[in-house]
Write a protein that binds this ligand. Structure first.
Ligand code: NAD
Ligand code: UDP
Length: 312
């Protein structure tokens, strides 16, 4: 039985990962400071004797024994990560260092949850792993984007210098049950607005694109990457290559919820990327991974979740 640490384990992605790792017969330690994560995301796991919850901030050193580390701790929604930019960049950088220092002491393998934001507002399309990105290091998104870029640098440096076994995954927009209704990201916003009959808020004219990955596909990819042969460190993109305009997503949510909400256009946030689509050929070739859940199916499961979740 492997002992696996998941930092940020009470968050949206972390809670699904903890669940799957437990179901695969591992001992799972969920470490979180509950900044954006919620106890209710992991409550159903807490009676499992192979599950531990540790309240801890990754900006402080971590002392425990483990075989593998998934470093997910970091606010991820633009609304949340821009609320306290100093805290965001500190979490990204010190969280990476403290995870790697723990790996150095224990010999554990460590996976970094990086992001498509390392490509910024990309000038090549779709984005493949060799692209270095187009990021404004001074803008409001930089606390997150540059924090995550620096974390990748820290991971590669520990790998080169200290021979730590690392895996870097660049996650593209992911959605599904257990997102917070006040998360602020586009899919949760649109679904909650549609179900409540509130205006659907489109930032800009809605012509910007994103590619949306369902949570189960991502969790499969994370576990395949962690278990890939050691010489392969990544970075590897994990995302669904189906690309949608934000305005088309709004129409789709309206249709699927049967909502009579109206669309309201609001100003586009500064540095909002115009397009984003992963090139997943590397994940396909090395991990034999490809997303299985299309937007229609994933939206249906997410709408069903929010119907039960939100207070009208
Ligand atoms: P989330 O906000 O739901 O989860 C983040 C978790 O980290 C929360 O439980 C939060 O409480 C915890 N956390 C934050 N700061 C911490 C700290 N200093 N110490 C300990 N715990 C801390 O977000 P998510 O969508 O589940 O994202 C998880 C990871 O995946 C993040 O690292 C994020 O950057 C990355 N990611 C997510 C997406 C996406 O679309 N969801 C895309 C790219 C990358
Ligand atoms: N967006 C929107 N309305 C919302 C929330 C987001 O139009 O209520 C847009 C946002 O401007 C961006 C896209 O949807 O162009 C995806 O935003 P999200 O915050 O989900 O993720 P990210 O920008 O980090 O990809």
């Amino acid at each position: 039985m492997k002992k696996i640490l998941v930092t940020g384990g009470a968050g949206f992605i972390g809670s699904h990962l903890c669940e799957r790792l437990l179901a695969s017969g591992n001992f799972v330690i969920c470490l979180d400071n509950f900044y954006t994560g919620r106890e209710k995301n992991i409550r159903h796991l807490s009676r499992n004797r192979n599950f531990r919850i540790i309240e801890h901030d990754v900006t402080n050193k971590i002392h425990l024994d483990c075989d593998e580390i998934y470093n997910l701790a970091c606010p991820a929604s633009p609304v949340h990560y821009q609320k306290d930019p100093v805290r965001t960049v500190t979490t990204a950088v010190l969280g990476a260092i403290n995870s790697l220092e723990l790996a150095k002491r224990t010999g554990a393998k460590v996976l970094q949850a990086s992001t498509s934001e390392v490509y910024g507002d990309p000038q090549i399309h779709p984005q493949h792993e060799n692209y270095w990105g187009n990021v404004n290091m001074l803008g409001p998104r930089s606390c997150y984007d540059e924090g995550k870029r620096c974390a990748e640098t820290i991971f590669m440096s520990y790998h080169r210098q200290e021979k730590i076994r690392i895996k870097i995954v660049r996650i593209f927009n992911t959605y599904g049950p257990r997102m917070r209704s006040d998360d602020g990201r586009v899919i949760s916003n649109f679904i909650v607005q549609a179900l409540k009959g509130e205006d659907i808020t489109i930032y800009g004219d809605g012509s910007q694109t994103r590619s949306f990955q369902y949570i189960d596909d991502l969790v499969n990819g994370l576990m395949l990457m962690m278990n890939s042969p050691d010489p392969f460190t990544g970075p590897v993109n994990l995302g669904n290559p189906e690309e949608f305009k934000i305005i088309d997503l709004a129409q789709q949510v309206l249709k699927m919820t049967g909502s009579r909400s109206r669309i309201k256009f609001k100003p586009l946030p500064e540095d909002d990327p115009k397009q984003r689509q992963p090139d997943v050929s590397l994940a396909k070739a090395v991990l034999d991974w490809y997303p299985a859940v299309n937007l229609d199916k994933g939206l249906k499961m997410t709408i069903d979740y929010f119907r039960k979740e939100i207070i009208y």
